[in-house]
Design a protein around this ligand. Structure first.
Ligand SMILES: [Ca+2]
Ligand SMILES: [Ca+2]
Length: 90
């Protein structure tokens, strides 16, 4: 049995609060809302695969008022959803 994996640095998944901070940076045009385009570009910048698919799923999950963008009130739900992916910063 190989135990090499334990020699590697352990990556801690980001907390919801950390993710929220990351998500806020996705708002490139600074209107305080995250559009699907911004979400997709943001996920890509995190090196996530299936950014297009993920952004669609995440938006559908977090966009409570169905206006197609994630506002400040909805970002908590978005952070909760994204935190389930167990993303860690490298
Ligand atoms: Ca925006
Ligand atoms: Ca919304």
């Amino acid at each position: 049995m190989r135990n090499n994996w334990c020699l590697r640095q352990v990556e801690m998944p980001m907390t919801e609060d950390q993710i929220k901070g990351v998500l806020r940076k996705f708002d490139k045009d600074g209107d305080g809302k995250i559009s699907r385009r911004e979400l997709k570009a943001g996920f890509k910048s995190l090196g996530l695969r299936f950014a297009c698919f993920r952004s669609r799923r995440a938006l559908r999950y977090a966009d409570a008022n169905r206006d197609g963008v994630i506002s400040e009130e909805e970002i908590n739900e978005l952070a909760r959803y994204v935190s389930k992916w167990g993303i860690s910063l490298t």
